[in-house]
Design a protein around this ligand. Structure first.
Ligand code: C5P
Length: 293
């Protein structure tokens, strides 16, 4: 499943070059479809229906499988042949086929959620019975958002993104998403945020209180993402235009997800959400109507 950031706050840069974050995440039913099949080629093969995505170890789904087999050896020493692992991975071979629906480089955790799906699938296929937390900790070796994507639902993510606290679920609602035509480099925006004066910070505590009260409007009007301030002027204008359209169509609140550029709004009415979806489709970009999971 794709994820939305209901809030995203950057607390500071860390000595390891990463940033300490505080963010509230939410899964939606926009999802990629993955198929995993053993093969007897001794190779890990990843293929997607998007020609520009890597089909080698650069693909997060492939990295997830590699980290899985390394970790599985560590955690179940008797079960795996380490000589095989040294040759590459300790299996006869695996095909991972990905049907992409989540837009790429969009701030929606598309690559991270594919990695999380591979880890969850291997946990079942290999009968490893690792807890979700143990699977998530392998995910942290692949990317900062992968642990959350393993757990999903509504959660507070802190540290690099790997320290997770489940939160009361967001009341079921509709989300309309629009990814503008341009893409954003996550490392570049993280590098820029250090020199940007943040105008405003999200009210994370207020959002958590609203979640505890089951108050969808209260959550929606407090949504905020500090990366909006770090966008170049033209891109920020485009994101703001999308947010304004969503609000005009009756969204309870609108924000940008992750490092963008996808902007989204939350709706308590399917009719209004559908109207917003149709309106945004006239302006271009990739537009989606989804429900929270
Ligand atoms: O962990 P991941 O590889 O997904 O992160 C991508 C990039 O985002 C990192 O190389 C880093 O530049 C930035 N990042 C960060 N602090 C985080 C998460 C990501 O600076 N907590």
């Amino acid at each position: 499943h794709a994820k939305l950031n209901l809030t995203l706050d950057v607390l500071g840069r860390r000595p390891d070059g990463y940033h300490d974050l505080r963010m509230i995440m939410q899964s939606i039913d926009l999802a990629d479809i993955l198929e995993l099949d053993y093969n007897d080629t001794k190779e890990l093969r990843v293929s997607t229906d998007l020609h520009f995505l890597p089909n080698n170890e650069k693909n997060l789904a492939a990295q997830a499988a590699l980290r899985w087999y390394e970790s599985a050896v560590v955690q179940n020493p008797g079960k795996w042949d380490t000589e095989d692992l040294k040759r590459s991975v300790n299996f006869d071979g695996l095909d991972v086929t990905i049907e992409k629906h989540i837009p790429v480089c969009a701030g929606l955790g598309g690559g991270s959620s594919d990695a999380a799906a591979v880890l969850r699938a291997l946990n079942l296929m290999e009968d490893a019975c690792l807890s979700p937390e143990a699977v998530a900790s392998i995910g942290a070796l692949v990317g900062s958002d992968v642990p959350y994507c393993v757990i999903g639902g509504t959660a507070l993510a802190e540290g690099r993104g790997e320290i997770l606290t489940p939160l009361p679920p967001l009341p079921r609602c509709w989300a309309v998403l629009c990814k503008p035509e341009f893409s954003i480099s996550t490392p570049a925006l993280f590098a820029k945020i250090d020199s940007v004066r943040l105008r405003c910070r999200p009210d994370t505590k207020g959002v958590i209180a609203a979640l505890e009260a089951g108050d969808l409007a209260g959550v929606s009007r407090r949504m905020y993402n500090v990366f909006e301030d770090a966008l170049p002027e033209r891109q920020r204008t485009r994101v703001n235009d999308i947010k304004n359209t969503l609000i005009q169509c009756g969204a309870l609140g609108a924000s940008m997800s992750g490092t963008g550029p996808t902007a989204f709004g939350l709706f308590d009415s399917e009719d209004k959400a559908r109207e917003a979806w149709e309106r945004l489709r006239e302006f271009g970009g990739e537009v989606f109507l989804a429900q929270t999971v």
